[in-house]
Design a protein around this ligand. Structure first.
Ligand code: GLA
Length: 665
């Protein structure tokens, strides 16, 4: 008993056990996740798989890589230090190469080597890591291109006490909601201008946030249009048959306050006076789309608040028709059947029992309905297309009550031949554009032919309102920045009624199409939260059509926040219809600046690099004079008056969106 007591007392007297530091060699982490500008990162060898050597000094341990190279390492805050000897490997050739090694801890640069050449002695590195969660090792090109930039992280190791450091594809990022919730008092959102053709049906649900019930009212409405005071839905048949502009005033009031907004209704030939906004089923439901899922999308567009932010169209994409038989893309017997009936009318497949009932359902919510077909004999996924039945189909779409048509080139290539000239490219669109204009309702016409023949130059002339400027973004989601920059090259053709379309918004839960062509069920999109904010910012700065294409059944608060910030959407929906101008700043950073109708400018500061960067908008370089009042649009926060410019830290592959007004002197 005595010995037992002694033992217990002895144990209590021991100091608390501190974890013994351990270490891991950089070479033992998963180097597949380390990028390398040439070849690939090699464990314990140079990038050319020779012995690691810096000015004759040989190293048994280390990693050989090539600029530009990045490795992200996830720590748990309990690491001790990172140590290494860095330099350009001798095998690059004396005097050659130039590499700048850089180390970031939790997005802050903590060490840098400045450019080193082959022949420069190895530089020792010792970086303390207490509290650090994200460690980034970078080998830059020294500012002169990547030729011979053989970069060695010799003897590199991490000492740690907690969890073992882990190489990761990208630093983990928290999905932070930047925007404050909408106030309880009403706020009318959406466009300030709206085009409709004379004598046509009118339908517009006033987008308005704020606690319900809200009482709506309106002044100076066009004849034939009436307002439902509790839903805020404007509807009716325009009795005015001449071109005219109505300066409508919309009002909304609830227990917390009231608001008012001017809303110009332009009766004339031009539709889509601001970029169309809505949802399209493609990137979620692919060949699984049903009437039920379309109704769900309409329900959620209202219940989630998307309609209150301005989303309006609920659009079907491919696969609503019948296919002739089963195929790689089409494995469902219920979608196989006659493409047309005895009178040549297109037949929806068994999942769409009644198209008119579907559009009635969508319209009942004050929303609009869109459909899809191809000018070819079949659609991209192999369903019945419009070839030879264009007039009949255009009338059918109008009779069913559709308000939007996406016309997808696809198999029309077989009609037009391998190298169609401009007239041949335009022919099917001109034909359908004319037919749609003859219908008794407004149908927004979306050309989908992936940018062929510089469609931005003639899309409007053949009756189109928006056109894809490139192939499917779905395959290239990691190229969001590059696709937006390419799209912005066609900025001079962007104007009210004529929009360049870089494809749909794919954030939240989306399904991917694999390279084998199969369609996966929805899963979280691979973009980081910063990339998702940047995605939306880029599209709005470009005055792009805004079609969310994720799963409406699985919307989460973060995704809704990115989709529904009215101040950000206002940039997209601005009356001038300008696509922002791109101003390059650094190698991986750029600014977009867009004129707004009220004389202010929207400015996006973007970083498409894989490490955080500071980006500065200098007023004089952007053509702005004098001091500017700056507002952060994602945070909906006034930042104050800035004399000469505005500088912000921009996350890796992220963006910061501001709006500036000349400050009163
Ligand atoms: C093409 C289009 C997509 C989608 C599919 C449907 O790839 O570019 O947007 O409509 O066809 O099959």
């Amino acid at each position: 008993m005595k010995t037992m007591l002694k033992l217990v007392l002895g144990l209590l007297a021991l100091p608390a056990l501190a974890a013994e530091p351990q270490s891991v060699w950089l070479a033992d982490l998963d180097l597949k996740l380390m990028s390398s500008g040439w070849g690939h990162a090699v464990a314990n060898r140079s990038v050319t798989t020779q012995e690691l050597a810096i000015v004759g000094q040989k190293f048994e341990r280390g990693v050989g890589t090539h600029a530009e190279s990045v490795l992200n390492i996830q720590l748990d805050g309990a690491a001790v230090e990172f140590t290494a000897q860095v330099g350009v490997d001798d095998h690059a050739g004396k005097g050659k190469g130039s590499v700048d090694f850089q180390i970031l801890c939790d997005n802050r640069e903590v060490w840098q080597s400045w450019p080193m050449k082959c022949g420069d002695a190895a530089k020792p590195v010792r970086v303390p890591l207490a509290g650090v969660k994200s460690l980034v090792l970078l080998a830059g090109d020294g500012g002169d291109g990547v030729n011979s930039d053989h970069a060695d992280w010799a003897e590199a190791k991490i000492t740690f006490t907690g969890a073992k450091p882990e190489a990761v594809a990208m630093p983990r990022e928290e999905a932070r909601i930047l925007t404050p919730p909408a106030p309880a008092a009403p706020r009318i959102n959406g466009p300030r201008v709206y085009g409709v053709r004379p004598g046509h049906p009118f339908l517009y649900r006033i987008p308005c946030t704020g606690e319900r019930p809200i009482k709506f009212s309106a002044q100076h409405l066009p004849a034939g249009v009436s307002l439902n005071e509790s839903t805020g839905i404007l509807s009716g048949d325009l009795t005015d048959r001449s071109d005219r502009t109505y300066q409508v005033v919309l009002r909304a009031e609830n227990a917390h306050g009231k608001c008012e907004r001017n809303f110009k209704v332009v009766i004339g030939d031009t539709l889509a006076l601001t970029p169309p906004m809505g949802w399209n089923h493609w990137y979620t439901h692919y060949n699984r789309i049903t009437d039920e899922l379309m109704r769900q999308a309409a329900d959620v567009m209202v219940s989630s608040g998307m309609a209150d932010a301005g989303y309006q169209y609920v659009n079907i994409d491919d696969c609503w028709m019948n296919a002739k038989g089963l195929s790689k893309y089409q494995t469902d017997e219920k979608r196989v059947g006659p493409e047309r009936d005895a009178s040549g009318n297109i037949v929806p497949n068994a999942y769409f029992p009644n198209m008119k009932a579907l559009t009635d359902y969508i319209h009942g919510k004050g929303l609009k309905a869109g459909t899809y077909t191809s000018p070819g004999a079949s659609t991209c996924a192999g369903f019945g297309g419009a070839l030879g039945h264009e007039a009949q189909d255009a009338k059918q779409f109008a009779d069913w009550g559709f308000d939007f048509l996406k016309y997808d080139w696809c198999s029309y290539g077989r009609v037009a031949g391998k190298q169609p000239d401009l007239a041949a490219m335009q022919k099917p669109y001109r034909l359908m554009g004319d037919l749609l204009k003859q219908q008794n309702r407004d149908i927004v016409f979306n050309l989908c032919q992936y940018g062929m023949g510089d469609v931005w130059k003639w899309g409007a002339e053949v009756g189109g309102h928006c056109w894809r400027t490139a192939g499917d973004l779905g395959f290239e989601l990691n190229r969001v920045f590059e696709v937006a920059l390419k799209n912005a090259e066609h900025r001079e053709w962007s104007k009210p009624g004529a929009w360049n379309d870089p494809d749909y918004i794919q954030i939240g839960m989306i399904g991917t199409q694999t390279r084998r062509g199969t369609f996966e069920l929805a899963h979280p999109c691979p973009l980081t939260p910063s990339e998702q904010y940047a995605f939306m910012s880029l599209w709005c700065m470009s005055a792009a059509p805004l079609f969310y294409s994720g799963d409406m059944g699985q919307l989460d608060p973060f995704t809704l926040n990115v989709l529904c910030n009215p101040e950000v959407l206002e940039v997209d929906q601005d009356e001038l219809g300008q696509c922002g101008r791109v101003v390059p700043v650094g190698k991986k950073t750029f600014i977009m600046i867009k004129d707004m109708a009220d004389g202010s400018k929207a400015i996006g500061l973007f970083n498409r690099g894989v490490v955080p960067a500071r980006v500065k908008a200098v007023w004089s370089e952007l053509g702005l004079q004098g001091k500017q009042r700056v507002r952060d649009l994602w945070r909906q926060q006034d930042l104050g008056v800035f004399e000469q410019g505005f500088e912000a830290g921009v996350p890796r592959r992220g963006g910061v969106l501001i709006r500036v007004w000349p400050a009163k002197p």
